[in-house]
Design a protein around this ligand. Structure first.
Ligand SMILES: Cc1cc2nc3c(=O)[nH]c(=O)nc-3n(C[C@H](O)[C@H](O)[C@H](O)COP(=O)(O)OP(=O)(O)OC[C@H]3O[C@@H](n4cnc5c(N)ncnc54)[C@H](O)[C@@H]3O)c2cc1C
Length: 429
């Protein structure tokens, strides 16, 4: 007779490995099914990992996990076609344990994380895709994968943004393109010493650099450069619906970004090592689907549990925290021997006690504000134009800054509009 698992976790990304690890550690017979050749084989992201949830599981994880650099500095630049305006934040604190964030590469990290679940006792079945759910009436009782039926008391869908299983369970439809961003990313190889010179880094220090500006042609989104040990993660993230509407290729926008005078020198002589594309569910709390039903739970990107405030994109930490909350729900259900919808209904409560739902609630208006096209085109141009006027010395008498600001704003935006946008910022973030 086929083994019946207590739990089948679908997907060995951050949500799935956290969930699988926690379940196996509590002694539950756990199977983690991953369609990639190995965990992480198909996965991509920008690359800054915030570690508090992982640090709870493995204190001091950075000593053994394959992290690239700790993020000591955060830079933010506004790009106009030929100019740029940048700010930078750094603090000694970010360079000390437990550190604030790390750059890392998913192919190595996901593999490491899944190996921790395996060491805890979970079976990791790589190269196996879950195609469907097994049902007993209205109750999910396992999955169909690779032509086999695999029974389980509960299935946890950690299968990412396009979660087929959450759809099959009737908890969500396809996410709308208006709630999605298209991410594309290149990994660019550069010698370590060149990275450190160009980005003013020493040892294991790293920088996370975000950009918005005219290169997205008014489409909500931005670009990033994150430093790894011997590579750079370079990419853009732009609203999917507007790309389709305006018939613009995300790749063209990435090329435009890479050729900007403020960027090109940073990437010069780099060799393209990898290219990947992925969707991101950025609609916030409003797009969160149902999270559970009889014998079934959803975690991570599959449930759109990701924070995108414009200044921060945080998905992996949210995926881990939601995977852990799903595991706690299942461990409780196992104790009572009851995997019904009623028994699993404590899952949103557990999520509500953690930062996951608290942050999504606090920033629920951010997705709406982030659709404002002035943020991506007009304001970066305004900032660069004003800075150019302030710094230009043309041998004539200087004008007061207020006058220069009025000149920069002329025919572009009214004070009233700017104040309205500032109020919207205040309400959103
Ligand atoms: C361009 C880009 C930049 C980003 N930048 C950041 C960042 O800097 N910091 C950050 O924290 N987050 C970032 N994110 C978001 C982050 O990557 C996600 O929020 C996070 O990976 C979600 O984890 P997850 O485990 O829910 O899903 P995923 O990481 O997508 O993992 C899902 C797993 O399920 C597997 N799978 C899918 N379907 C099946 C199936 N049917 N059967 C078996 N296996 C299946 C997949 O192969 C995959 O391994 C970024 C995302 C993108 C696209």
């Amino acid at each position: 007779m086929k083994q019946k698992f207590d739990a089948i976790v679908v997907g060995a990304g951050p949500a799935g490995s956290a969930c699988g690890y926690s379940l196996a550690k509590s002694g539950l017979a756990t199977l983690v099914v991953e369609r990639g050749k190995f965990p992480g084989a198909k996965n991509m992201w920008g690359g800054v990992f915030y570690g508090p949830s992982l640090n709870q599981l493995f204190p001091g994880f950075w000593e053994e996990a394959p992290v690239e650099r700790y993020i000591l500095r955060h830079k933010f630049s506004l790009l106009a076609p030929e100019s740029s305006f940048s700010t930078e934040f750094t603090t000694k604190k970010f360079g000390e344990p437990p550190y604030n964030g790390f750059s890392l590469l998913r192919s190595k990290f996901d593999r490491w994380f899944a190996s921790k679940a395996e060491q805890a006792g979970a079976i990791i079945a790589s190269g196996l895709q879950a195609d469907d759910l097994l049902w007993d009436g209205k109750r999910v009782v396992g999955i169909k994968a690779g032509g086999d039926e695999l029974p389980a008391s509960v299935v946890i869908a950690c299968d990412g943004v396009n979660s087929v299983l959450a759809e099959k369970a009737g908890l969500r439809g396809k996410f709308s393109p208006g709630d999605m961003k298209q991410g594309i990313k290149e990994i660019i190889q550069l010698p370590r010493d060149l990275i450190e010179q160009r980005f003013n880094l020493a040892g294991e220090e790293g920088v996370a650099w975000e950009f918005i500006g005219t290169f997205t042609r008014g489409i909500p989104g931005g670009a990033f450069i994150y430093t790894n040990k011997e590579t750079l993660s370079v990419g853009i993230v732009v609203q999917l619906s507007e790309l389709a509407e305006k018939k613009i290729s995300a790749n063209d926008l990435l090329e435009e970004f890479k050729q900007h005078p403020a960027v090109a020198n940073l990437l010069a002589d780099g060799k393209l090592a990898e290219y990947s594309a992925h969707l991101i569910p950025v609609g916030g709390k409003a797009m969160m689907p149902g999270l559970y039903k009889d014998g079934f739970l959803v975690a991570g990107d599959a449930a759109a549990l990701i924070l995108a405030t414009g200044l921060a994109m945080e998905g992996a930490n949210f995926a881990i925290a939601s995977g852990l909350a799903a595991a706690r729900t299942v461990i409780k259900a196992k104790k009572s021997g009851d995997f019904s919808e009623k028994s699993l209904s404590c899952y949103p409560e557990l999520l509500g006690q953690s930062f996951v739902l608290k942050d999504l609630e606090a920033f629920k208006k951010a997705p709406h504000f982030l659709e404002n096209p002035r943020v991506y085109s007009l304001y970066p141009q305004l900032a660069c134009d004003l800075a150019e006027r302030i710094f230009t010395n043309d041998g004539k008498a200087r004008k007061k800054t207020w006058e220069l600001l009025k000149q920069s704003m002329k025919d572009r935006v009214s004070f009233l509009q700017m104040i309205r946008d500032l109020i919207q910022i205040k309400r959103s973030i």
